[in-house]
Every structure is written in structure tokens, then in C-alpha cells.
Design a protein around this ligand. Structure first.
Ligand SMILES: [Zn+2]
Length: 313
């Protein structure tokens, strides 16, 4: 008898914790870099539109009215393009993790989730600049979320799936909190992975996943449209609609009301506290995405049925 790899170690409590810590380390990279990568792409798109966009077709004839205006437009486009090309390459794998202050590339043991930070005492080993506590916290929380999913769904392979689901929500929440953006690059994979997981029989019946996604999107869209009609204020970004559609695909239509209810209460409470403390600058708003994500975790943990009962429905 040979030594067989014991795969079940992967979904043991220790295995889930370790995987979660590593995934949390990757979340830190995604949350820091993805908005930068997207911003570069948008500027590149803007440059291309300025150079090649058909102003006449867009009804922006004035931009091409004079050769002077056209020249100015091309000048801006070329400057943009030049600056973008001068930037060092950036993606999720390159450059390697380094100190933002002195550029010191982290050695493998400095890059270990949580432990690296603890060993370094929260400071860069080369220049001594403080490394934000947020990095090890995100790693620790992700590790605990993976273990939590083991407690919720049993220490089975399915716990890994839900662990990654929680990690995706945490990444979405942090990006939204930092930038008030919920990129399609994150919300759409959440949506279709929910449909695929249902189709494979891993989560809920496929029809529930489908209707959860549809009603998640349309329901929140209707609420937002009504709110805008009444108050003449922008209520929600399109990203919130896609996030709720994604949550609906994983949790089903019955989860939608508890989701929106919990997220609204949490969001309003945090918004009021921040306003009272003067932490909310004039004209700024608290993004809704982090609260939707948090509510998603809460509903996944307790299930939608008891919550609907709690709401008197
Ligand atoms: Zn440094």
C-alpha cells in the first residue's frame, strides 16, 4: 500500500484556516491593485476615444468643429498615452510584493500571512515604515471565514466553495469601501459562478439561483428608480444591482428581502455614526456594497427562512 494523499486534510479545520490565510493574502493584492489596473484601462480607453472616436456620430460635433479643437484633443490623447506607457507594468502577479515606501521586495518568510507581519513587528525590515494592520487583519478574517464555512456546511469539500465565496465578498466589500466602485470584473463572476454552482448541484436548485439573480437585479433596480424619482438623488450604483444579483444566484430569491433589510439597517447605522463623528465628508456617501456583502454572509450563515419569519413574513 502506497501513501495516498489525504485530500480531506484540505477541508479539515486546520486546512481551511491555512487556505483561508493564503487566500486572504491574495485578497490584499487584489484590493490594492485591481482598482489601479482598471483605472489604467479606463484612461487608455479615454485616450483611444479621443484619438479615434467619431465625434459626429456621438453628437459631439463641437469637439471636431475646428482644427484647433481637434488638435487639442489629439494632444491630450497622446499625452495620456505617453504617460500610461511610462508607468511600470502592473498586474496581480507582478511586480512581487514590496514595501511601498522603499521598494524592498518581501522575502518569502516576510510574506507569510499574519506571521510575516507579526515577526516584522508591523514594520518594513529595510526602512522601518509601518505596514498597515489591515493586511494581517484581512488575512486572519479570511482564514476564520473559511473555518466558519466548515462549521456551517460541515468539514466537507463544499466548505471550500463557500470559503472562496466569502473571500470574494470580502474583496468586493473592501474595493467598494476604498473606491466606491464595484467592478464588473468582480460582480459578474460572482453572478455566473453562482449559476454554475447551482447547475452542478452544489448549492440550490438552478431555478432558485436564476430567479434569485433576476429578482435581485430587478428588485433593487425598481427600489432605486423609485427613490430617484421621489428624491431626485442618485440612490445606488449599477454595481450594487449586480452584487445583489450575484448574491441572489448563490442564496436564492427568498434571501433577497432579508439581504436588503439587513444591509440597509447596517448601512444607515454606520452612515449616521460616521456623519455624527464628522468622518463623512460633505457630498460623500457610504458605499452600500460592503453592507450587502456582510448581509450576504449573515444570510448564508443563518439561512433565509428563519430571517423571513423574524421579519414577520
Ligand atoms: Zn520599506
Amino acid at each position: 500500500m502506497g501513501i495516498e494523499p489525504n485530500l480531506s486534510l484540505l477541508w479539515s479545520p486546520a486546512g481551511l484556516l491555512l487556505i483561508g490565510l493564503c487566500v486572504g493574502s491574495f485578497i490584499n493584492v487584489v484590493v490594492r491593485r485591481l482598482p489601479l489596473m482598471l483605472s489604467r484601462r479606463w484612461w487608455a480607453d479615454a485616450s483611444g476615444q479621443l484619438q479615434h472616436g467619431n465625434g459626429l456620430a456621438d453628437g459631439l460635433e463641437t469637439l471636431q468643429a475646428s482644427s484647433e479643437a481637434l488638435e487639442r484633443r489629439l494632444g491630450v490623447a497622446q499625452e495620456l498615452q505617453g504617460r500610461l506607457q511610462a508607468l511600470p507594468a502592473l498586474n496581480l502577479l507582478h511586480p512581487r510584493s514590496h514595501c511601498p515606501s522603499c521598494g524592498h521586495v518581501l522575502r518569502w518568510h516576510e510574506n507569510l500571512p499574519v506571521l510575516g507581519w507579526l515577526r516584522l513587528g508591523g514594520r518594513c525590515s529595510a526602512c522601518g515604515v509601518a505596514i498597515a494592520l489591515r493586511y494581517p487583519l484581512v488575512e486572519l478574517v479570511t482564514g476564520l471565514l473559511f473555518v466558519g464555512m466548515g462549521l456551517r456546511f460541515g468539514f466537507e469539500p463544499i466548505a471550500l466553495l463557500w470559503g472562496f465565496w466569502c473571500a470574494a465578498l470580502l474583496a468586493l466589500a473592501l474595493v467598494d469601501w476604498d473606491t466606491t466602485l464595484l467592478p464588473d470584473e468582480m460582480t459578474l463572476p460572482l453572478l455566473w459562478s453562482g449559476l454554475v454552482a447551482a447547475a452542478l448541484g452544489w448549492t440550490l436548485p438552478l431555478a432558485d439561483a436564476l430567479w434569485g439573480a433576476v429578482w435581485g437585479y430587478l428588485g433593487l433596480w425598481a427600489v432605486a428608480a423609485l427613490f430617484e424619482r421621489i428624491t431626485h438623488q442618485d440612490a445606488m450604483g449599477g454595481g450594487d444591482l449586480k452584487l445583489l444579483a450575484g448574491l441572489g444566484a448563490w442564496l436564492g430569491p427568498a434571501a433577497l428581502l432579508p439581504l436588503v433589510f439587513i444591509a440597509s439597517v447596517l448601512g444607515a447605522a454606520v452612515g449616521l455614526v460616521m456623519k455624527a463623528r464628522g468622518a463623512l465628508r460633505e457630498g460623500r456617501f457610504v458605499p452600500f456594497g460592503p453592507f450587502l456583502a456582510l448581509a450576504g454572509g449573515v444570510v448564508a450563515w443563518w439561512g433565509a427562512a428563519p430571517m423571513l419569519k423574524g421579519l414577520g413574513l
